[in-house]
Design a protein around this ligand. Structure first.
Ligand code: FE2
Length: 341
C-alpha cells in the first residue's frame, strides 16, 4: 500500500500455481473459502482470539501515544495533526519503521491468520508483506478529504487469481465505522471488464499492479449488476480479498476509531530468488514494502515528512526491534534463499 518506488522486476506468479481455484464456480469447503470464491472477499471470524486482538489494539494506541506528541487515547481533543505521528488521509502510517514493530510482527505470525492464507494457497511455506498499519480516528477534522479511490491491486494484463490480500481488524467495525468497501463478485468480472473497457483512459498509477476505476468503469460495474459493500468485522477478525476485487476504504462516520494491520502472504515457491534477496535487504534495513509479499517495491527509507521537513520524531527503525519465532521468521523469506543466490 505504501507509495514508494524502487527497482522493478518481473513478477513471477502465475494464476494456476497459487492454490485453490478462485473462479466463482460453487465450492463446498464449508468454510470461508466458499464465500471468498463466490464474492471475492471473506471475513474470517476470530482469526485472532478476542483477548489477544484487544491486546494488539492497546499496543497500537500505546505506540501512537509513545511518540510523545500529545495524543492521549482518552482525550479526543488530542486527535490533532501535530499531536500524532504522520498519518496519511487514508489512515496509513507509512514510516517510522512501524511495519517491523514487534506487535505488528506478532499479528503477522498469528496462527489463525497464517493458516487462512495457507488454506487458500494450499501451501504452508508462505512469505508475508512488510505492509503498513491503518488508524482512522473518528473525530479527525484536520485531514484532507479521503476521496474514494476504487481500484484493483493487480495488473489487468496478468489476469487470474494471483494474490490474496488481507487486513486484521482490531476495533469493532460496523456499517458506519471506517473500513474496507468491496465490489462483491468483482474478481470474476475482472477479465471481461478489462476486455470491454480496454480503450478506457488509464488513471495514472505508480505501479502496473494497480488499476483505478474511472466513472465509466464504475458505471460498467453498476450496469453489470455489481454492488459495493462495506465489510463489517469484530476485533480479531481477518478480512481477505482477491486483488482483482475492486476496493477502497472509507473514514468513520461514527464515533468508533478504526485500527487495522494489513497482512498479505504468498507462497515462497512462486517467488524468485532475486525477489527473496531484495526482501531480505528490506527486512534487515527495517524497510517496508507494498502489500505484495515478493517485495517488488521497497521503500527507500523510513522517513516521515511533515510539512516538507523531516518529522522531529522521525526514526529509522522500530521502537521495539522484532524477535521472531521460527515459523514467523520463515515469513521473512530469508530461510528460502538458496546459498548460491
Ligand atoms: Fe488496495
Amino acid at each position: 500500500m505504501s507509495t514508494t518506488t524502487q527497482t522493478q522486476s518481473q513478477t513471477t506468479l502465475q494464476g494456476p500455481e497459487v492454490g485453490m481455484a478462485l473462479d466463482g464456480r460453487p465450492t463446498h469447503y464449508n468454510d470461508f473459502r466458499d464465500q471468498l470464491n463466490r464474492d471475492g472477499y471473506a471475513v474470517i471470524k476470530g482469526a485472532i482470539p478476542r483477548e489477544r486482538a484487544e491486546g494488539y489494539a492497546d499496543k497500537f494506541l500505546s505506540y501512537i501515544e509513545d511518540f510523545g506528541l500529545g495524543f492521549n487515547r482518552n482525550d479526543p481533543s488530542t486527535v490533532k495533526r501535530d499531536m500524532l505521528p504522520v498519518i496519511n488521509e487514508k489512515g496509513m502510517i507509512l514510516n517510522y519503521g512501524v511495519t517491523h514493530e514487534q506487535w505488528v510482527w506478532d499479528i503477522r505470525g498469528e496462527p489463525g491468520v497464517v493458516d487462512t492464507f495457507a488454506k487458500v494457497y494450499e501451501d504452508d511455506d508462505l512469505i508475508v508483506s512488510f505492509d503498513v498499519v491503518n488508524v482512522g480516528f473518528a473525530n479527525r477534522a484536520d485531514l484532507p478529504e479521503n476521496k474514494p479511490w476504487p481500484h484493483q491491486d493487480q495488473d489487468p494484463s496478468k489476469p487470474g487469481f494471483r494474490c490474496l490480500q488481507g487486513l486484521v481488524n482490531l476495533n469493532p467495525c460496523g456499517p458506519n465505522d471506517g473500513g474496507l468497501i468491496v465490489c462483491k463478485g468483482g474478481h470474476i468480472s475482472s477479465e471481461r471488464f478489462h476486455a470491454e473497457m480496454a480503450n478506457e483512459p488509464r488513471i495514472p498509477a505508480w505501479t502496473p499492479e494497480w488499476y483505478g476505476f474511472t466513472d465509466a468503469g464504475m458505471k460498467w460495474l453498476s450496469d453489470h449488476g455489481l454492488q459495493w459493500e462495506k465489510v463489517c468485522a469484530e476485533p480479531g477478525d481477518l478480512i481477505v480479498w482477491d486483488s482483482r476485487t475492486p476496493h477502497y476504504n472509507v473514514p468513520p462516520t461514527s464515533k468508533q476509531d478504526r485500527l487495522a494491520v494489513y497482512t498479505c502472504y504468498m507462497p515462497a515457491r512462486v517467488v524468485s530468488q532475486e525477489d527473496l534477496v531484495r526482501k531480505k535487504g528490506a527486512f534487515e534495513k527495517r524497510l517496508g514494502t507494498t502489500h505484495w509479499p515478493n517485495a517488488r517495491h521497497v521503500a527507500p527509507n523510513n522517513d516521515a515528512m511533515r510539512d516538507g521537513k523531516l518529522c522531529p520524531k522521525n526514526r529509522t527503525g522500530p521502537v521495539q526491534d522484532p524477535v521472531l519465532d521460527e515459523r514467523t521468521f520463515k515469513l521473512t523469506g530469508i530461510p528460502y534463499i538458496k546459498a548460491s543466490a
